[in-house]
Write a protein that binds this ligand. Structure first.
Ligand code: PEP
Ligand code: MG
Length: 746
């Protein structure tokens, strides 16, 4: 019998009559792994780790030797949540010597944290005299024992984490987060996932257990196929468009059939764990790895795997996956995959809080498309909350309140009622044109990334699509689509838009928007690196394929193509030349072909005479323009409010641009996030920019705002404010005061 299997079999005997004494456990591990020392440290109140049992160190150190979390090798393993495998532990910078342990002779050390449901309950460590690095199997075995130990400690209820949880668990808490999809929702928490350990840790018969796992894997894969098929007939209303969901789910299915993580589960079952325990083990590893991974797309792939972990556990439990309705509940998840979000959405959840998820991730894209309020980054929320506890999810402000007290609840009840009433009022604006109080017609367009957002064109009565972010669908499916697939997406967009214009932006990949598998260049400043049009011009085959797909999709209709991140007129010319070369070969040619550019790199502002002679339209990407103008990374939360669009330099720049475009007869719009914000939007209009493009959720509120705005009066006031604001960091307050005094619905 292999060492892990024999060790687990003996541990099963040891624990058969209830919790094993820790002394027996450390003796058994030391004997089986052939280590001279095996010790268990347990977390005590005050972030202290106390030696609770040892084989090999001096017995009198038990109950005496204490280390703070972060102190010594043991404390470091607890603090980082990751194993430390050191051939020469005593020369590690974190090593601290405790004379009472008698550990001077031992060179090598492997310390593994004992974790459960996000808490570190202790550390399990082995030591040897010889300087040696423990091999991967030994690390794996010790981690498995640590998992068993975590269950024993949790059942014994002897941990700091639990006793603290009893106290802290009754108090209201606020969690800061970031917005993935706006909105407010309140309701009982439902928990996704695997935070509670398996009921049975060890298998009686590993071969039978393997067969059980195989059956569950097959059931899980069949369930995913059924889910993808079931999403096809659903159309209309708030249900996502089937084809677009397929884009995401197909990528996800690949992960479901991926063998890497399933093989690790199978190996763990083979070593003697129950199938559930094996799944938990692998899931725990994934979470630990996730904490260290910074690449956003790799993190999303791991999120997909975690989604599948939940499905596999359901299949092992013979459950068909989540089916019970949970109307109005707030879903809490460490990570969330796209299929899981669709499931929970169909069960009636009102909002989602994901601890780790990026705005460009699959779940975030779907949440926005489904209109489901969602936040991410509320660290510790999943561990702090219990199923059924009341949660307020304020995705507008990027925060969540757990067990809110009465006053907070009442305040949000009022805010939610006002929001609901406002939204009911907005619905009547669907067919109304976007007109200001003094009768000026404004063009309101949509920013769209997936075909499932297309029904919003009619739902909002928008004037068209001012920004189609073509890379989003590709990021969702995890690969660049071929010409036929791209063309079918673009054609659906044009079908939905009908007579309304669509500005298709060519691929804006690179920076943080990396496709899996594409080599990420090592760049100090990816936002200013090899991205966007630069990639397209250096890899013209890629750009030409997309241009061909756009021309084929147009099939004789109007086509507007917009190039992102244009820094020089020469780049714009080069891109346009590629487009015209493709257009010369494709029939039928578009009824009208318009070529334009995003203005998001400041250098272009000093090339306006040449640029405006050659471009048909300009769309200002304020997200990137602001970051390059102020040298302030758009992804850094600490800088989010430091520089204001409503400041003299930006207003001067935009006013000048608007005048020059009007003079040259070039259409100008703004499609950055600022265009969706009330004070910014009215200011852009006041500067003479007549077309704004925004997420669909902002369109109806914007129509309501316009109906209360006397634009000619505001324009006069804005000129006065600008004349008197030399050197000011922001003129926001003056604009807000005018809006308040004139009852503008901001
Ligand atoms: C922008 O930069 O303002 C913009 C609209 O493009 P993106 O946010 O996709 O970079
Ligand atoms: Mg941009």
């Amino acid at each position: 019998m292999s060492t892990p299997r024999r060790l687990l079999a003996r541990l099963r005997d040891l624990t058969a009559r209830g919790n094993a004494p820790l002394g027996d456990l450390v003796r058994l591990v030391a004997a089986e792994l052939v280590t001279e020392v095996c010790s268990v440290y347990i977390t005590r109140p005050g972030e202290i780790l106390e030696l609770a049992a040892t084989e090999g160190l001096r017995p009198e150190a038990v109950g005496t030797t204490r280390l703070r979390i972060g102190e010594g090798i043991v404390g470091l393993a607890a603090a980082t949540g990751a194993p430390l495998n050191l051939p020469d532990a005593q020369n590690h910078p974190a090593f601290v010597y405790r004379g009472e342990t008698g550990e001077a002779p031992y060179s090598s050390m492997l310390a593994v944290p004992v974790r459960r449901a996000g808490h570190t309950l202790g550390v399990l460590a082995v030591q040897n005299r010889n300087p040696r690095r423990y091999d991967a199997d030994e690390v794996e075995v010790l981690e498995t024992v640590a998992m068993l130990l975590a269950e024993m400690l949790a059942t014994a209820g002897s941990t700091e984490a639990q006793s603290e949880g009893g106290l802290v668990g009754t108090l209201p808490r606020r969690f800061a987060a970031s917005t993935l999809a706006p909105g407010i929702a309140m309701g009982p928490a439902v928990m996704l996932g695997t935070s509670h350990g398996p009921r049975r840790l060890l298998a009686d018969d590993p071969i039978a257990e393997q067969a059980r796992l195989d059956r569950a894997v097959r059931a899980m894969q069949a369930g995913i196929d059924a889910l993808i098929e079931a999403s096809l007939p659903k159309t209309g209303g708030s249900q996502p468009d089937a084809a677009a969901s397929r884009e995401i789910l197909d990528a996800y299915r690949l992960v479901a059939s991926g063998s890497g993580w399933l093989k690790r589960v199978a190996d763990a079952v083979n070593s003697g764990l129950s199938a559930e325990a094996a799944v938990h083990r692998v899931a725990g590893d994934l979470r630990d790895r996730m904490r260290r991974v910074t690449d956003p797309y790799l993190r999303e792939r791991l999120a997909d795997i975690e989604d599948m972990v939940g499905r596999l556990l359901s299949a092992l439990d013979n459950r068909a996956g989540p089916t019970q309705p949970v109307p109005g509940a707030i879903l809490l998840a460490r990570r969330l995959g796209p299929a899981e979000l669709l499931d929970w959405h169909s069960r009636g959840i009102a909002g989602v809080a994901i601890e780790e998820g990026s705005a460009g991730g699959h779940a975030a894209i779907l949440a926005r498309a489904l209109g489901l309020p969602a936040i991410s980054g509320a660290r510790g929320l999943v561990d702090a909350a219990e199923e059924g506890e009341h949660i307020i999810l304020d995705a507008d402000e990027g925060q969540a309140f757990l067990r809110p007290d009465r006053d907070v609840r009442h305040a949000f009840d009022r805010a939610l009622a006002a929001r609901t009433a406002r939204q009911a009022g907005y619905a009547t604006l669907r067919t109304a044109p976007a007109v200001t109080r003094d009768g000026q017609r404004i063009r309101l367009m949509l920013n769209v990334g997936l075909t499932l957002e297309l029904p919003q064109l009619d739902a909002t009565g928008a004037d068209g699509i001012g920004l189609f972010r073509s890379e989003i669908a590709m990021l969702a499916r995890g690969a660049i689509a071929d010409v036929a697939d791209q063309s079918s997406v673009y054609s659906r967009v044009l079908d939905a838009a009908g007579d309304r214009p669509v500005l298709f932006r060519t691929l804006d990949l690179g920076g943080d928007k990396l496709l899996p598998g594409s080599p990420a260049p090592e760049e100090e400043n990816p936002a200013m690196g090899w991205r966007s049009l630069r990639v397209g011009l250096d890899r013209p085959a890629l750009l030409r394929r997309q241009l061909r797909a756009l021309l084929l999709a147009a099939g004789g209709r109007n086509l507007s193509v917009m190039f992102p991140m244009v820094a020089t007129v020469a780049e714009f010319r080069a891109a346009r030349t590629l487009l015209l070369a493709e257009a010369a070969r494709i029939r039928p040619e578009p009824a009208k072909l318009s070529v334009g550019a995003m203005l998001e790199v400041p250098a272009l502002l000093w090339q306006l005479p040449a640029f405006l002679r050659e471009t048909d339209f300009v769309s200002v990407g304020t997200n990137d323009l602001m970051q390059f103008l102020f040298a302030a990374d758009r992804g850094t939360p600490a800088l989010a409010h430091r520089y204001d669009l409503l400041s003299p330099p930006v207003l001067d720049l935009l006013a000048d641009l608007a005048a020059r475009c009007a003079e040259a007869g070039v259409e100008l719009s703004v499609c950055g996030e600022h265009a969706a914000r009330p004070l910014e939007a009215m200011t852009l209009l006041g500067l003479g920019i007549p077309s704004l493009s925004m997420p669909s959720s902002a369109v109806l509120p914007m129509k309501a705002l316009l109906a209360t705005l006397h634009l000619a009066d505001f324009r006069q006031m804005l000129s006065a404010i600008r004349r008197n604001s030399s050197g000011a960091a922001s003129v926001r307050e003056a604009i807000a005061a005018w809006a308040r005094e004139h009852d503008v619905a901001v």
